[in-house]
Design a protein around this ligand. Sequence first.
Ligand code: BTN
Length: 247
Amino acid sequence: MFKKNIFENHLKSEIFGRHIKYFKSICSTNSEATNYLSQDNHGCVIITKNQTSGKGRRNNQWFSIPNKSLTFSIIVNQKKIKNKNLLPIITAITIIKAIKKISKIQCSIKWPNDIMLNNQKIGGILIEKKNDYMIVGIGINVNEEIDDLNAEIKNISTSLRINSAPLIQLEVLLAYILNELEKYCYEDDTNFIEEWLTLCYHIDKEIKFHKNHKIIKGTFKGINANGQGIININNQTELISSGMIEL
Ligand code: BTN
């Protein structure tokens, strides 16, 4: 059950989350959101406590545990916000701020926008675009115990609970994310990229990435205004736009 009163008690935004569609169980909140793409639904949140077939980036599956994982999507009309090009960057920053606020745990970012804790993945962002709309899908491992994690991801994933956070009310974490995200979406771009860089844990580190079926090594230098990764390879700069890096 979604505890609407607890959510509303913590929600400070004007638009994001003021309209919410809760489903007891659905395949994917991102897929469900495509049914609601209209002007009136800017800022509308689609949430479930039992996502059965979550989508990850690069056609991966996103695993979640009923009532323990936070899985939701926000419908954003890109004409109505100031910082649409920086939305992936802003989203990662605001998730980290909200997690810090609720649990005191400091997560970090792995390019392009994985939310990490101690080199293990704790959350992910999938932004899908359709016409004027961006569907911002967010999955965070919150109250899962170690035995809850799927064998496929056990070694590379973690949750807030596994890292000693007390049990967290998903409604409160959701409200904290929406409060921050709305602020960032309407703010004049001050220093979002710098803020992202302070939260990224592999600046100036050696990384590997795949290009044309080859593994390329380089030094991760940061991101540009389009969110592309800037890699230094033998004193030459290369920009990467998609995919995954390995540390
Ligand atoms: C990633 O691969 O890192 C992105 C994962 C995004 C998962 C979230 S969970 C809520 C929303 N609905 C989905 O089907 N996927 C996103």
